[in-house]
Write a protein that binds this ligand. Structure first.
Ligand code: F6R
Length: 600
């Protein structure tokens, strides 16, 4: 869950590496570091904390190097201090490694090295790689061929996931290799780039090559070589990426989260329109929907919340039972899967470790797998039987906003397509959905929150309550607010209050209540009364004309109930954003979190 970059060329490497790292900070920001070649030596700078701390430290240094690697870290092994920051090196400081991923057998490799007399200076799994490489290169001249062979030997000893970029003393080359962690290289006019993700290097090149597992890459000025696992050089087919620069620039926005909230309607419309052309129904394997089959959904976080709405739609409209679980539970819950199973995996990044492990499990048991992902080049997109792409564009803020809406768009298209496949008529219309989002998706509720912020920002706990689809929306609202404002938030099903949670309600409590479903209106209003009689202050978010005395009402456009999720999530995303700002937190980089959770 870290970000790695590399540059080699005629330019100054350090400014390019630092600039590229900025666009990878969403992958982690516990510490940052660079290593660069100068003369025959490799030098390193690293700092605990965000990239800005490292950039400040390097500000007045004149570094003429044209070859450097960089890293921004989300700590897995070892505290987020300077010693565990990357690049990690071997004891003789001949080899410097930046790493994204996790080496599962690092403890046994480390013990083995300690037995051989190696002294470690960090708690990271990455240092093991540097030390192993040093042993492989011991007594050998540092030629790029020798380094490639050493990397090939070392990676055979590693279990887990990695994308590595490596500098070796005396060589103006960057060596890189990956397994189950993303890695791309790019080229322009003889300058070569390497990164975990396209946005990092997009300002410099749009000519990109995806590296496959266990391939070893060697970058030097004017040349990129890629070797397969038999060390045979392969032909390079670069492709032009479609991502536009403005997608990764802030423009007039204060933060990426703010920008991405504003892009929510566009993300939905782009997704749905694209899927209309893609024709989801024709992509599905009809034979898998013949006779008996069972449906399952696995995902994490926000993607799971979108999945809960998928479950509700499939059960309500198609009358098919759906099993749903956190991907981290699904993979360990002995799911009953077979070649009669259809499993849907939802993931913005397509990189989430638990979701990928659940996919592997489902495939090994013969299930038909459907992915909903935003990153076309991701592992998930490549490995499912059919991938339904979302078109949210690049999402950089850690808290997912527009990708959630795009996922909802894809889910509605999928449900309509399954209905078509099963010859079931359905009370859902994709064109109506599009019209509703076009007309109402851009409405903002910032003014509603402004007056409430001083009180809300002081709270220890904030509750979100709803029933049915409103409960699933409440879950996503609670997640959004807690992850960037650090206020404890809890989503509660309205009907469950009196079975326990009501005990938490006091005259100091604020409760955000969602009400968008006519059939549940009375019940939700009863829940409001129950909470009010314990003194709670209610903020009601509703599409309905309700005559009820509450602390504040956020009136949403009166859209048909089936499409309310597309409208009702926005005020909660704005609340989360405004609370974070009000309390002085960076909404794009919440503490302890990173966007792509590529470790278990
Ligand atoms: C919350 C958030 C996370 C992700 C989760 C899954 O705002 O962004 O909960 O939704 O980590 O990530 P993906 O969708 O990339 O699998």
């Amino acid at each position: 869950m870290c970000g790695i970059v590399g540059y080699v060329g005629k330019g100054l490497a350090i400014p390019i590496v630092l600039d590229s790292l900025k666009r990878l900070e969403y992958r982690g920001y516990d510490s940052a570091g660079v290593a660069f070649c100068e003369g025959q030596s490799v030098f390193r700078e690293r700092r605990a904390g965000k990239l800005i701390v490292l950039s400040e430290a390097l500000k007045n240094r004149m570094i003429s190097s044209g070859c450097a690697i960089g890293h921004t870290r989300w700590a897995t092994h070892g505290a987020p201090n300077v010693y565990n920051a990357h690049p990690q090196n071997d004891t003789s400081s001949n080899i410097f490694v930046v790493h994204n991923g996790i080496i599962e057998n690092f403890a046994e490799l480390r013990d083995d090295l300690i037995d051989k007399g190696v002294v470690f200076s960090s708690q990271t799994d990455t240092e093991v790689i540097a030390q192993l490489l040093a042993i492989e290169l011991l007594g050998k001249i540092h030629t790029y061929q020798n380094v490639v062979r050493a990397i090939s030997t070392v990676i055979k000893k590693l279990r887990g996931s990695f994308a590595l970029a490596i500098l070796v003393k005396e060589l103006d080359y960057i060596f890189a290799v990956k397994r189950s962690s993303p890695l791309i290289v790019g080229e322009k006019n003889g300058e070569c780039f390497l990164a975990s993700d396209i946005p990092a290097i997009l300002p410099y090149t749009d000519k990109i090559l995806h590296i496959k597992d266990d391939e070893i890459v060697v970058l030097c000025t004017g040349k990129i070589r890629v070797y397969d696992n038999n060390l045979k050089q392969r032909k390079l087919l670069f492709r032009k990426v479609n991502t536009k620069m403005q997608e990764i620039m802030l423009g007039s926005f204060e933060s990426f989260m703010q920008k991405e909230i504003f892009e929510g309607a566009k993300a939905t419309i782009d997704t749905v329109e694209r899927l209309q052309h893609f024709d989801v129904c024709s992509q599905l394997d009809k034979t898998r929907f013949d006779g008996d089959f069972d449906l399952h959904i696995a995902a994490c976080g926000t993607a799971l919340h979108a999945g809960r709405i998928a479950k509700l739609l499939i059960e309500k409209y198609l009358r098919l039972p759906v099993d749903i679980d956190y991907a981290s539970e699904f993979r360990y819950s002995y799911p009953i899967l077979s070649d009669k199973s259809i499993c849907i995996f939802i993931s913005q990044s397509g990189e989430t470790a638990d979701t990928l492990a659940s996919l592997d499990l489902a495939k090994s048991l013969g299930a038909y797998t459907i992915g909903i992902t935003n990153v076309a080049s991701s592992k998930l997109a490549g490995e499912v039987d059919v991938n339904i792409p979302t078109s949210a564009g690049v999402e950089l803020a850690v808290a997912s906003t527009k990708a959630y809406l795009a996922q909802l768009g894809a889910i509605y298209c999928l449900v309509v397509s399954i209905a078509k496949l099963l010859h079931k008529s359905l009370d859902l219309d994709i064109n109506v959905l599009l019209e509703i989002v076009r007309q109402n998706g851009d409405m903002t509720y910032c003014r509603d929150w402004e007056t409430l912020l001083p009180d809300l920002s002081e709270l220890d706990s904030l509750f979100f309550v709803g029933r049915g689809v409103d409960y699933y929306l409440a879950m996503e609202g609670a997640l959004k607010v807690k992850e960037i404002s650090y206020i404890h938030c809890e989503a509660m099903p309205a009907g469950e209050l009196k079975h326990g949670s009501l005990a938490l309600i006091t005259p100091q409590s604020y409760v955000v209540v969602l009400l968008t479903q006519a059939e549940l209106m009375e019940k939700t209003i009863n829940a409001i009364h129950e909470m009010q009689s314990r003194g709670a202050k209610i903020i009601l978010i509703t599409t309905k004309d309700v005559q009820i005395d509450v602390t504040h009402i956020i009136k949403l456009p009166a859209v048909p109930d089936a499409y309310s999720p597309f409208i009702a999530i926005r005020p909660m995303q704005e609340l989360a954003y405004m609370l974070a700002k009000h309390n002085g937190y960076d909404p794009d980089k919440p503490r302890n979190l990173a966007k792509s959770v590529t470790v278990e």
